[in-house]
Ligand binder design. Structure first.
Ligand code: ADP
Length: 614
């Protein structure tokens, strides 16, 4: 067995790998960039080595530096996680050439599955059903247009080197083909340095179903059943589950057999995923499910498979990389219960899913039975602009699909993050969508119905009243009781916006300076009303604070400039509205802390006005 392991990754997957390695008594070495100096994976590993500046291409993607670090620290093996160098055949080969153990498939398997056209051709030759289409060498636009016509519209143009949902164009009519092709090729060249495309039949009512496979170095290959990842936004997975709803035993058997056949065709070793696309217009049936591509690594969504099979896939990876036989035979594997995973992101659905970067002042996950949280951050950590802004994978297991779904929705609704915005309420609404309840989600659901899911959540009345009670002095609460006026209302600031909140005299514990209101997976800061704060400036201190998170779009003054009361200082754009911040009194701009374009958090200091002496 491997005794020491370097993890060439960051975030939740680095932490996930460390957890299993530690349980197996394997020493772990983390690598990190400037931005990750205080990251969770650095804290959790037995040793951590700085490998470069924050941009991934100067740190996590520098293969030689990672290999040199493994050598220096005496690590015997390298686990690439997912993303970064995980599907880079050259890096895998370099690791092996350096005399280290590569926790992954052979470079030849990675290469064979690396390009979508070659992979499809290989699968078709091995007798695996592939999506109907053209995947040949001829790239002449007229010829491709002719092929599209033969396949029948709508068609999907796919960059053969594409990934992550990029380099794909859906074309409805022959008249639009030439433009779509040119645009897809431009994107493919820019993103992947390869303009080659293939043309596929666009599957209507498509469902994304994938099969987890595992191979060892002794020629054994098993499958660990399927996952359904049909809930997608712009071809990227949002919620995944295992098993797939509506899957009967015969269809499952045929799909999983096709997956094992695909893995055998490339002598697969380690954890891999065969992705299929199903035409679910009439439910799931084996003759309408086709191979799409193979991912030659551990998937983001691997936990749902672990939850229903009881297998630790990272443990299997490490055993297989150490030369051991697969711990279980096919007939020893079975499905137990149902598991669902949601990707909780630091992003704002109400603002077009823009990343919401910053300090995690508050980070709470809901609690309940069947819960699993895979995360790479902690309360007090930063969500960095340099990497994928995922906060956590929130996973729920239950005896039935409905139990897992309800548990996951509750875990998300009870989570609270501040001040960064998350997609938690979006996820809860998606889980409550009638199609999700019925298990008939197709990949176009969010494009059709996502707008309602993306609306910003509002705090509930009861939560607001309870929070307000924490801010009200006890004497005030007593006063209500004496006056026999059990409920009244008062002004507060909710994330800097003035609102009226009903006050209940019971349970008052205040006064606190500010408190959080939570609900619908979000948190808001509630503080006592201050007129100046509502306008951004404090008459007492001259500090100009951001009344809400937003972006500075104009700075009207310079440091040292003399200003008069009410003079315009800065303009903040938040929630698609402009807020002008003005000077609270005559004075000079003693401090100017934010420039045009800066993204600021609520209550961030933007400027400070000082009264002039004498
Ligand atoms: P990537 O490598 O970028 O993830 P995939 O080939 O895996 O690209 O496709 C990503 C997603 O695009 C799939 O999960 C599915 O939702 C959609 N998709 C792919 N091929 C088709 C198709 N032929 N018809 C309809 N949707 C498709």
């Amino acid at each position: 067995m491997i005794k020491s392991l370097l993890i060439a990754n960051r975030g939740e997957i680095a932490c996930r790998i460390i957890r299993t390695a530690r349980a197996m008594g394997i020493r772990t070495v983390a690598v990190y960039s400037d931005a990750d100096a205080h990251a969770l994976h650095v804290r959790q590993a037995d040793a951590a080595v700085h490998i470069g500046p924050s941009p991934a291409r100067e740190s996590y993607l520098v293969g030689e530096r990672i290999i040199a670090t493994a050598r220096q620290t005496g690590a015997e093996a390298i686990h690439p996680g997912y993303g970064f160098l995980s599907e880079n055949a050259e890096f895998a080969a370099a690791v092996i050439d350096a005399g280290l153990i590569w926790v992954g498939p052979s470079p030849a398997s990675i290469t064979a599955m690396g390009l979508k056209d070659a992979a499809k051709a290989l699968m078709a030759a091995a007798g695996v059903p592939v999506t109907p289409g053209y995947m040949g060498e001829n790239q002449a636009p007229d010829f491709l247009a002719e092929q599209a016509g033969k396949i029948g519209y709508p068609v999907l143009i796919k960059a053969v080197a594409g990934g992550g949902g990029k380099g794909m164009r859906r074309v409805e009519h022959a008249a639009d083909f030439a433009d779509a092709l040119a645009s897809c090729q431009r994107e493919a060249t820019a993103s992947f340095g390869n303009a080659h495309v293939l043309i596929e039949k666009y599957i209507l009512t498509p469902r994304h179903i994938e099969v987890q496979v595992f191979g060892d170095t002794h020629g054994n290959i098993v499958h660990l059943f399927e996952r359904d990842c049909s809930l997608q936004r712009r071809h990227q997975k949002v919620i995944e589950e295992a098993p797939a709803p509506g899957m009967d035993e015969a269809t499952r058997a045929s799909l999983c057999a096709a997956a094992v056949k695909a893995a055998k065709a490339v002598d697969y070793v380690g954890a891999g995923t065969i992705e299929f696309i199903a035409d679910a217009s009439e439910g799931l049936s084996a003759d309408r499910i086709w191979f799409m591509e193979m991912n030659t690594r551990l998937q983001v969504e691997h936990p749902v498979t672990e939850e229903i099979t009881g297998v630790d896939l990272v443990e299997w990876q490490l055993r297989v990389a150490s030369g051991e036989v697969l711990p279980k035979r096919q007939e020893e594997l079975a499905i137990d219960g149902w598991a669902m995973e949601a990707r909780l992101y630091a992003e704002d659905p109400a603002k077009g899913f823009l990343p919401s970067i910053g300090h995690l002042e508050l980070l709470k996950f809901g609690e309940g039975p069947g819960r699993r949280i895979d995360t790479g951050v902690f309360e007090g950590a930063e969500v960095s602009p340099f990497y994928d802004p995922m906060i956590a994978k929130v996973i729920a297991k239950g005896p039935t699909r409905e139990a897992a779904r309800a548990r996951l929705a509750a875990l998300l609704a009870d989570s609270a993050v501040y001040p960064v915005r998350t997609n938690a309420s979006f996820l809860v609404r998606a889980l409550d969508h009638p199609a999700f309840l019925a298990g008939t989600v197709d990949t176009g659901l969010i494009a059709r119905d996502g707008e309602a899911m993306a609306a910003p959540p509002v705090p509930g009345e009861a939560a607001l009243t309870a929070a307000a009670a924490r801010l009200v002095p006890a004497t005030m609460a007593f006063g209500f009781r004496l006056n026999a006026a059990p409920v009244t209302s008062a002004k507060f600031l909710l994330d800097g916006e003035a609102i009226d909140v009903a006050l209940s005299p019971t349970g008052a514990t205040g006064p606190a300076a500010s408190t959080f209101v939570t609900g619908a997976g979000q948190a808001w800061r509630l503080s006592p009303f201050r007129r100046q704060a509502a306008h951004g400036g404090s008459a007492a201190t001259g500090a100009i604070l951001a009344p809400m998170p937003g972006r500075i779009i104009a700075v009207e003054v310079a440091q040292g400039q003399r200003v008069t009361r009410g003079q315009k200082l800065l303009t903040l754009e938040a929630m698609k509205m402009e807020h002008t911040l003005t000077a609270p009194f005559d004075g000079v701009v003693a401090e100017l802390a934010a420039g045009p374009g800066a993204q600021v958090q609520v209550e961030a200091l933007l400027a400070r006005i000082e009264a002039e002496e004498g």
